[in-house]
Design a protein around this ligand. Structure first.
Ligand code: UDX
Length: 461
């Protein structure tokens, strides 16, 4: 196997990209993956990050969150001087023709996107512009119309001074846990701009990616991103609805999924029934999309239903646990999974954040295990439910988490759970019951060992 570093050095010899400087504003999830990926591709990447603690870590090549392989790419890029840091946006804008804006766009309590950080960036860029032309690419997820507002804001902040720039909207489709793979193998590259020549110029930065490139308008790019996430969310709520139907009969949703998904028009992906979608994107973008619909007096009923169905998953799962156990008071329940899915330590909007306090409130003692998410979860519980912290125990070993347990509740889908030795676990538990909220185990094998096994959408005895 060729080491990453050797590959990088090789690119360094025969590549002219190192003369192209790309500035990244915001080293969050999107910014950091984009920075490390573009540096690997041979570009000279500069980063500005306001959070001093985070920046300190990144400068040492330490990734501030868990993402497979990212740290490796980060370290090597820094060592080879492909990735460097600037103190402020002014320096970054001065040095780079291409500026990628990757700041956070959280949503407010009313469900609309908070444009505060983007507005600050627009102002700082406006104050940094000189004569040479700048291409400003927005990579943060934003509502339609943002690119145009961003342009307008920069012009306003220039207060009549010449503003030599163009704005491009280039949404990202990275999945957490697969971000490096997704960066190098994007299903499509969407570039939105009012200016075709500039869009083309940006597309050339990605010319050696083996992916279709679509040049569209600013607003089209923004809508494509929101619509993509809404479609994925719709697929999940669709299959979860069918899982409810499946449970009402002697049927297994996994067979139904196969039967539906084999139709190439439908496909198998994102048809995995479970306890609902979480994460930093799908729930937030869906809520924000509903706000946009409302704002323009368009009926958002489809997306409201998708959201409601997703929220109901929590109650359905909790009822499943209670029905399986009869009584949960003073029982030890083992929860495997606090991150919103496997291969990430991100707990944002993770279903477990709602499930664990609910069970705890009803008197259960919760042993929590997760391969990477425990640290973030500990902070979350201390901040939001300090009164439960005695009854919620974080355990760093999967087997230890099952000792004297009345049931294992599987709430995300790490491979480690599939590979565990269930013969050992059977011996450790008080009552060998598994309630699999992600349908990751093989029911026949698990039942064969002696477990009582409950999953989602499966009512086969
Ligand atoms: C998503 C999009 O996939 C990505 O393109 C976009 O850029 C950011 O948002 P991510 O948030 O990393 O990525 O997670 P994703 O893999 O899409 O999963 C979202 C949630 O849906 C997870 O909680 C996952 O467990 C759940 N899910 C996914 C299901 O319940 N069933 C499925 O079939 C697929």
């Amino acid at each position: 196997m060729v080491l990453l570093k050797e590959k990088l050095e090789k690119i360094d010899i025969d590549d002219i990209k190192k003369d192209v400087k790309i500035g990244i504003i915001g080293a969050g999830y999107v910014g950091l993956v984009t920075a490390a990926g573009l540096a690997y591709k041979g570009y000279n990447v500069l980063i500005v990050e306001k959070d001093k603690e985070k920046l300190k870590k990144i400068k040492q090549g330490i990734c501030p969150f868990y993402e497979p392989d990212l740290q490796k790419y980060l370290l090597d890029s820094i060592e080879l001087n492909r990735l460097s840091f600037r103190e402020n946006i002014f320096d970054l804008v001065n040095e780079c023709r291409y500026i990628f804006v990757c700041v956070g766009t959280p949503i407010k309590d009313d469900g609309t996107y908070d444009m505060y950080y983007l507005d600050i960036v627009a102002k700082e860029i406006a104050n940094s512009l000189k004569n040479d032309f700048k291409v400003i690419t927005i990579r943060s997820t934003v509502p339609p119309g943002t690119g145009r507002w961003f342009k307008k804001a920069i012009i306003r902040y220039r207060r009549g001074l010449k503003a030599n720039f163009e704005v491009v909207s280039m949404p990202e489709f990275l999945r957490e846990g697969n971000a490096i793979y997704d960066f190098f193998n994007p299903s499509r590259i969407i570039i939105g701009s009012d200016n075709y020549d500039i869009a083309k110029e940006v597309s050339e930065l990605y010319s050696d990616f083996n992916s279709p490139i679509l040049i569209v308008s600013l607003e089209e790019a923004e809508i494509i991103k929101l619509a993509s996430n809404a479609f994925l969310a719709t697929k999940i709520s669709f299959i979860n609805s069918i899982a409810n139907l499946s449970e009402a009969f002697e049927a297994n949703i996994e067979n139904i999924r196969l039967g539906i998904g084999l139709d190439p028009r439908i496909g198998m992906d994102f048809l995995k029934a479970g306890i609902g979608f979480g994460g930093s994107c799908l729930p937030k973008d869906l809520t924000a999309l509903i706000s946009v619909f409302n704002n323009y007096q368009i009926n958002p009923i489809l997306f409201e239903a998708v959201k409601i169905i997703n929220e109901e998953r929590i109650e359905i799962f909790i009822n499943k646990v209670k029905n399986a156990l009869w009584n949960i008071k003073n029982k030890i329940l083992t929860v495997w999974g606090v991150s919103f899915k496997a291969n990430t330590d991100d707990i944002r909007e993770s279903p477990a954040l709602k499930i664990i306090p609910r069970l705890s409130q009803e008197g259960a003692i919760i042993n929590v295990y997760d391969p990477k998410g425990l640290h973030n979860f500990q902070n979350y519980i201390q901040k939001n439910y300090p009164h439960f912290s005695n009854n919620i125990k974080l355990i760093e070993n999967i087997y230890e988490s099952t000792v004297n347990s009345s049931a294992i509740l599987i709430t995300n889908d790490w491979d480690e759970y599939k590979k565990a030795n269930y013969y050992n676990i059977y011996e450790l538990m008080e009552t060998p019951i598994i309630i699999d909220g992600r349908n990751i185990l093989n029911p026949l094998e698990i039942k064969e060992i002696g477990f009582e096994y409950y999953s989602i959408g499966n009512n086969i005895k």
